[in-house]
Every structure is written in C-alpha cells, then in structure tokens.
Design a protein around this ligand. Structure first.
Ligand code: SF4
Ligand code: SF4
Length: 399
C-alpha cells in the first residue's frame, strides 16, 4: 500500500529547486506557493509524519486542490513523486472519515459494475444531489462496448499477434466508438483481440479519491483476469488506465503479496493502443482523409516514453491528413478525475487556456487518448470535434 512512512526518505530529497512550478497547472493558474508540489510535500510531512502542524481544513484543501496530473513528478530532477505522496496522504486522511460518502458509494458501484448499471441506477438522483449537471456528466451511450463486443475479435488475415484489450469504464460506458475503433483497427492489421470477461475499473477514480483500499480491490479482480490471458500484449485506449497498470495501482499491493509479482509481470505487457500499433507497425496503409487535427497530450503519459508521440506518428501515415500542433500540446486541460467537480472554477479556468489554444489552430477536430480530457473538453467544443486518435485511423481505413 502507499504508506506515507515509505516516502519519508524521498520527501527529504526535495531540494526546493522549484522546477516543478513550471508544470503545475494549479500553480500556473493561481500562483500560490502553498499549492506548489514542494510546499504540499513539506506540509504533508509536517502534519502527517511529524505532527508539527494540525490536520486543519486548510491542510485538506491543499491536499485536495491537486489534479494528480503527475507533471511535478515528471519534472522533478530528484526523483520525488509528489503525486504519489499526495495520494498516500489523502488515503491516510480520508480513511475512516469519508471525503464524500455519496460520491464514494457511486464510484464504488460504477467501478465494480463496469460503469453502466451503477451509473444508470444512481446517476439521475445522485448526480443532481451532487450538483453535477448533465453537461458535466456526459450521457452514457445507448449500448456499452461490452454489450457490442465479447470474447474475441479475430484478425482479418493470418494473426501475427494476440492482444488482450483492457476496456476502461469511460470507453465502455461513454465512448464505445473508441472501443469499436480499437478492435476493428487491430483486427484490420492482423492482430487478434481478446476481450477478457470479468474486467473492472482500473482504480484511477479511487486513487484520486484517496481510497487506496478500493484501488487494491480492483487490482485483485483485474490482475488474475488479465494474467490468465495468453497474449503478446495488453492494450488500452486510455492513458490513465495504462498508467495505473504500469506504475500506480501496482504499488497498492503489498510487496510480499504474490499478486504484486503477477501485477509487475503483467505491467511489462501494457501498451496504449496507438503506441502499440507504432511498435508493431501497420500492415495495411490507410486511405486518404482530407481533415485537419490537433492533438492534446494527456498528463498521464510518463509511464511510457513513446505514448505522447504515438498519435502524431500514426497520423503521419494517413494521406492528406493535417496535424496542426497546439502551442502547448502538453498543458493540462483541468479535468483531473473528479477534480473538475470539486474545483469547478479552477478547472474551468485551466480549460479555457487549452480551449483558446485549440481554437487558434483552426483544426477540425482535437484528439486525445484520455476519455476524462475528452469529456472535459467536449462541454465547450461540439461532441464530434473531440475524439481518440484511433477513431481517425479507423475512419481512414473506412471501418
Ligand atoms: S522539482 Fe522536485 S526537488 Fe525540485 S522543488 Fe519540485 S519536488 Fe522538490
Ligand atoms: S500532481 Fe499536478 S496539480 Fe498536483 S502538485 Fe503535481 S503538478 Fe501540481
């Protein structure tokens, strides 16, 4: 488990160099030194490890006003991972005194029931009680991905590889178009796709919520299901799901737990789908698609070195398709799991900068591999102007 005590030595490595301030979306919006990663780490140490300061309301606000975007961890030259320290601190603080019991209950149902049943059952009343407007909570698709595709999608030609597809909750429930494109494009490129039964959420919402017990619970369900697949790779279309399997959720399991070793082995096989396609190569050339795109790089990308360039490389294979770069392609959009609900104004301000950048490109459509970014952006851009890069490739194949 993320135990704060285990991060004590790492916390001491922070030299207060301040390099993380250049990438923290919260700091860049508010310019408050107290919300900088180094200050948060110092405060967590003083309150939760040393007991020098009280666990005040202000402390909890500093803890919560973080997107867990991981930008500080990616920037830090000392190898400090403030996002993990903050997640561990949230877990410690909110254990027993639930941060938001109604939302936790909703999340638990959503994550355990692959989104659809839990969401549909509770969304109407709870969403309104929570102040979520329909605009902020995209409507679920009429039929989730798991009802459209089951078991296996065979390769179009002779299978050159076999993959298991981990379908994230958002793709399953909100964006089955992405899932459809994933299986069709892989199959079209002679890759057999297994869709293992029994998958549940990757645990990301619980990590943000400070509920590491639920992250562990999800891993106890997902790891045996995925490890049981005899495949060359495990692909996901969501960078946050990928990050959970590759780096974050693995750490929720105790080191002596045999499942931890299994999860670590499994992590080596995890790929984001566009990155995987570049890795194995396309066997079929896409047809021309005279459209213009821009690309928003999701924050949760540091688990693999090539994922941020993967959509660019794939797009360059499509004749007549233009990629117009954002001025700041890797700047956060402000979604951050449930952050945009808790700090609506701040999330909206962060998003406005991203939207202005998108608009100045003049591109027809914005691409991103993160469904949370897609949802957050789509409230201000027409729905069909935000999509996953794999959907573009499927379109270029005429699938
Ligand atoms: S970049 Fe790392 S070492 Fe520098 S202030 Fe931030 S957390 Fe501390
Ligand atoms: S995780 Fe993101 S929002 Fe949180 S302190 Fe680090 S850079 Fe800032």
């Amino acid at each position: 488990m993320y135990d704060l005590e285990q991060y004590r030595d790492m916390m001491a490595k922070c030299s207060h160099c301040g390099l993380c301030q250049a990438t923290c979306p919260v700091y860049l919006e508010e310019f408050l030194q107290t919300h900088l990663a180094r200050a948060r780490v110092d405060l967590i140490r003083a309150v939760l490890l040393e007991g020098d300061l009280p666990e005040s309301k202000r402390f909890r606000e500093v803890l919560d006003r973080c997107l867990l975007c991981t930008n500080c961890s990616r920037t830090c030259p000392a190898g400090v991972t403030p996002d993990e320290i903050i997640a561990a601190a949230r877990n410690q603080v909110y254990q027993g005194k639930k941060r938001n019991p109604v939302r936790r209950q909703l999340l638990r149902r959503f994550m355990n029931q692959r989104g659809m049943k839990g969401l549909m059952g509770a969304a109407g009343t709870v969403a309104h009680k929570m102040g979520w407007t329909p605009e902020e909570l995209p409507a679920p698709a009429s039929k989730p991905f798991e009802k459209r595709f089951k078991n296996k999608v065979p390769a179009k030609g002779r299978a050159r590889a076999k993959v298991a597809y981990f379908v994230g909750c958002a793709t399953n429930t909100l964006y089955p178009d992405t899932g459809k494109a994933v299986v069709n494009v892989l199959a079209h490129n002679d890759i057999e796709v297994l869709i293992p039964e029994g998958q549940v959420c990757c645990g990301m919402p619980s990590l943000a919520e400070g509920d590491l017990t639920l992250v562990q619970e999800m891993m106890r369900k997902n790891v045996p299901v995925l490890a049981g697949c005899d495949v060359d790779a495990i692909v996901t279309d969501c960078t946050s799901c990928g990050m959970m399997f590759k780096t974050k959720a693995v750490k929720s399991l105790p080191e002596e737990d045999p499942l931890r070793a299994q999860a670590e082995t499994l992590a080596e096989k995890v790929w984001e789908v566009t990155d995987y396609l570049n890795h194995v190569g396309l066997t079929v050339d896409p047809g021309p698609l005279p459209e213009s795109y821009t690309y928003h790089i999701p924050c949760h990308r540091s688990w693999t070195p090539t994922v941020d360039d993967a959509p660019r490389t794939l797009l360059s294979r499509i004749p007549d398709t233009e990629l117009v770069e954002l001025e700041h392609p890797d700047k956060c959009c402000g979604a951050g799991g449930t952050f945009f609900m808790d700090f609506k104004e701040l999330a909206t301000d962060i998003r406005s900068r991203k939207l202005a950048d998108i608009e100045q490109t003049g591109a027809d459509t914005v691409l991103t591999q993160c469904p949370a970014c897609r949802s957050h952006l789509r409230t201000q851009i027409e729905d069909d102007r935000v999509t996953h890069p794999i959907v573009v490739l499927a379109k270029a194949y005429g699938l």
